[in-house]
Ligand binder design. Structure first.
Ligand code: ZN
Length: 455
């Protein structure tokens, strides 16, 4: 297959009048100037698909249900209670339908890969399903059905808090002992090792939900299965978590992690909101990526990641939509930048040597670094990469006749969401003119589940 486009973003530079060759495995084999014979003409600006480095798919079902004040100290922890009430009703079939709808929304928003941080494992009360991988398979199948490339990260969640606190009743569906968890991971590797659209990694939930011994056993375990498998962890999201960690380990969460585990390229630290200057420097110098979830962090009142200082020291950033209060690439990127403007009293903060455009710099950086967090060969339009492409609608009034250097600034800062026209994943069009082939069914099924869950 050959595509021809007037504007293509390649290595953070706009190239004009290019032909993109794609083989039958969905891999880009060449990008060449001029119109190749038989090329399909793409109308619009072509950019790499964005990677969503952090998703809890089932949480999409209750987005919008917790935006009211129920008590004086409404916080992350009261939001979590609402989440537990929904969790108590969701069957494997429901989880599939909710995830499939969410992944459809992601594709329409311009995400072509997702890391699913999956912790809804068992039946209500904690009994395992006959097939312990049931919920994982439902979510993976949802991604395959919608057409987004998934990196599935089953979560190891054993304790309610630091010092091996017993889990609460509401946490029953999340809980594994380490050996049970390792069996699940091995099962999933066996099932999906040869599937190009599925990667498997691990996610120790947080320092409060796994013990030191578990974490130190898990790292070599996954490394032996796959030396490139991603390892994601929630860390330093809330001040209470930081205080509890200092009480227990006498160190801050990220400090403890840096001191006790080798932070290699497989690690993605989700949130990492509360950092000292020293932690910022040490993390920035490590190969690990910070998985920032700007709209969720704003929604939950977590705090603002010190992105400016972190990126200035070479820190690597990816974006995730986490609780899915927004499924909107533009919203994540501009919230990331606006947080820095509001705290630094400057404009156009997050830029780099290769681009003075905030939109273009942040988009290219997060797509490229996000690709590392999912262990997928994506994130850039280049020979050898999967053809995960997003076509922006150049006739959208906000993009109309814009010079190339303004396209991503306009798309991110002046449009509600990216004006996505078409989306390709591994050489196959999944969204055409803003629509998915199975959209009516996917949406209708989702509405029926919401009806059931809210009754
Ligand atoms: Zn999360």
């Amino acid at each position: 297959m050959k595509l021809y486009a007037e504007k293509v973003l390649v290595e953070n530079q706009w190239l004009k009048n290019q032909s993109i060759s794609i083989d039958n495995k969905g891999v880009i084999t060449a990008i060449e100037p001029g119109m190749a014979d038989g090329a399909e003409i793409i109308e619009g600006a072509v950019i790499p698909g964005m990677v969503n480095c952090h998703s809890h798919a089932f949480q999409r079902a209750f987005a919008g249900f917790s935006e009211y004040r129920a008590n004086e100290a409404d916080s992350f922890w009261s939001w979590r209670d609402i989440m537990y009430r929904f969790v108590a009703k969701m069957s494997p079939a429901d989880a599939h339908i909710v995830a499939r709808y969410l992944y459809l929304e992601m594709l329409k928003a311009g995400y072509t890969s997702v890391a699913e941080f999956h912790y809804l494992h068992h039946q209500v009360g904690g009994k395992f399903y006959d097939n312990p991988a049931e919920m994982s398979e439902q979510v993976i199948n949802a991604a395959k059905s919608a057409g987004i490339a998934i990196t599935h990260l089953p979560v190891l969640y054993t304790y309610a808090g630091f010092g091996k606190q017993a889990p609460s009743e509401g946490q029953g569906r999340f809980i594994h002992q380490l050996d049970q968890y390792q069996q699940l991971i091995e099962t999933l590797f066996d099932s999906y090792r040869s599937d190009p659209q599925v990667q498997i990694g691990v996610a120790p939930h947080s320092l409060r939900a796994v013990s030191e011994n578990q974490l130190k056993a898990l790292v070599p375990f996954i490394h032996n299965l796959d030396a490139n498998a991603p390892i994601h962890i929630h860390i330093a999201e809330q001040l209470k978590e930081v205080e509890d960690c200092i009480d227990f380990y006498k160190q801050r969460p990220v400090e403890w992690l840096l001191n006790n585990v080798e932070m290699d390229k497989n690690w993605c630290l989700i949130h990492a909101t509360h950092l000292t200057d020293e932690e910022v420097s040490r993390l920035a110098k490590s190969p690990a990526v910070a998985g920032i979830c700007p709209t969720t962090e704003a929604n939950l009142g977590d705090g603002i990641y010190p992105t400016k200082d972190f990126m200035a020291q070479g820190g690597k950033v990816a974006i995730g939509s986490d609780s899915h209060i927004a499924v909107n690439v533009a919203d994540e990127l501009r919230t990331l930048e606006y947080g820095q403007r509001l705290t630094s009293h400057q404009r156009a903060v997050l830029t780099g040597e290769d681009s003075s455009s905030v939109g273009q710099y942040l988009y290219s950086h997060c797509a490229r670094e996000g690709a590392k967090t999912v262990n997928q060969n994506v994130g850039e339009i280049a020979a050898g990469k999967q053809a995960n492409l997003v076509v922006l609608d150049s006739n959208h009034p906000t993009l109309f006749l814009k010079e190339e250097s303004f396209i991503l600034d306009a798309a991110i800062f002046a449009c509600d969401s990216l004006p996505v026209k078409d989306v390709m994943v591994s050489g196959q069009w999944k969204i055409i003119d803003g629509n998915h082939t199975d959209e009516a069914t996917i949406v209708n099924d989702y509405l029926q589940v919401i009806k059931k869950l809210t009754q």
